[in-house]
Design a protein around this ligand. Structure first.
Ligand code: AMP
Length: 302
């Protein structure tokens, strides 16, 4: 079953305590699509400039990402620059140039409209709603957002939340959106706003999933060195939705396995700058880390 993702495709300048990368391929939709492509076919809808390199288009196509929905506009691809603190859960945005992304309007082709698995990466909630308006009968809709939209566009975001199944946001965004400091109370408040499940991404502390019936916690995979956390949340989303699309299993157990696959993909992406770690990754490596992940939390294990 294929997955549709709508969001940003940018170039990133990234600085972490371990080094720098200039004009690395990034953007939320890119991280999501590349991660999800390890599990299922992916269709991507976004806008890039006419400076977008042929090799990167080829890379996406080689990963099985359908780029027919990538609008190539005259102008420059969006650009983001960020610098991480010593505590890499914290970063500062140094520059943001939306460029051709500024007037991006998602237009879905007939093949996009029939998508069953849909991920609304972090963009203006009005555009996210516009995507949902064009879909025939999606069975699972995941959604991300960020502080900017929570504070500036709450009136657009709240009706959108009533239409999505899984809200995946970080802990800071969960607190801001819910108005609750305690993360459990925040999740309860968010569930009351519409989504059936809320996934709270907590960086190096892992992920918490809340539904009205259950709470599920997964740690982040313990790594000796995290080089670059950029895109970890979107990569998590790609692994999560990818596994759901591959298995078709949206039972509680199926969702829990998908959360572990999402965590596996995120644990890889942070091991190098940008998307570099995913470029050489194999299915065997993904499966091996999945098994390591399961044994990490096997309370009956030797
Ligand atoms: P994350 O680390 O999950 O926040 O994702 C980082 C990615 O989001 C980077 O690759 C950026 O290019 C992209 N990004 C940064 N700011 C924005 C924005 N305002 N809208 C859309 N994408 C953005």
């Amino acid at each position: 079953m294929s997955i549709l993702v709508v969001g940003s495709v940018f170039f990133d300048d990234i600085e972490t305590p371990h080094g720098k990368a200039a004009r690395a391929l990034g953007g939320a939709a890119t991280y999501f699509a590349v991660a999800a492509s390890f599990f299922a076919p992916v269709q991507m809808v976004a806008a890039v400039g006419d400076d977008f390199p042929r090799e990167e288009m080829d890379f996406l196509a080689q990963r099985g990402v359908d780029v027919s929905g990538l609008q190539v506009r005259s102008g420059r691809t969006g650009f983001w620059a960020g610098r991480y603190h010593e505590d890499m859960n914290r970063r500062d945005t140094l520059d943001l140039q939306l460029n051709v992304f500024a007037d991006f309007r998602p237009e879905l082709s007939p093949s996009h409209r029939t998508a069953e698995y849909v991920f609304l990466a972090n963009i203006d909630p009005r555009l996210q709603s516009m995507v949902l308006d064009q879909l025939a009968a999606p069975s699972l809709i995941g959604c991300d957002t960020m502080n900017h939209w929570i504070t500036e566009s709450r009136a657009d975001l709240e009706p959108l939340l009533q239409r999505v199944h899984v809200l995946a946001i970080n802990d800071e965004e969960a607190r801001l959106l819910s108005g609750e400091q305690n993360i459990v109370l925040a999740a309860r408040r968010l569930l009351a706003m519409g989504p059936k499940r809320v996934l709270i991404k907590r960086g190096e502390y892992g992920v918490l999933q809340f539904s009205p019936e259950s709470i599920f916690a997964v740690p982040a995979f313990p790594l000796e060195q995290v080089f670059d956390p950029t895109g970890a949340g979107d990569t998590f989303g790609g692994g999560f939705m990818g596994q759901l699309a591959r298995s078709g299993d949206t039972s509680e157990a199926g969702i829990r396995r998908a959360i572990v696959y999402g965590s596996v993909m995120a644990s890889f992406v942070v091991e190098d700058f940008g998307l570099n770690r995913l470029r050489g990754l194999t299915h065997a490596m993904v499966d091996q880390r999945y098994r390591q992940f399961v044994s990490l939390t096997d309370i009956d294990g030797a």
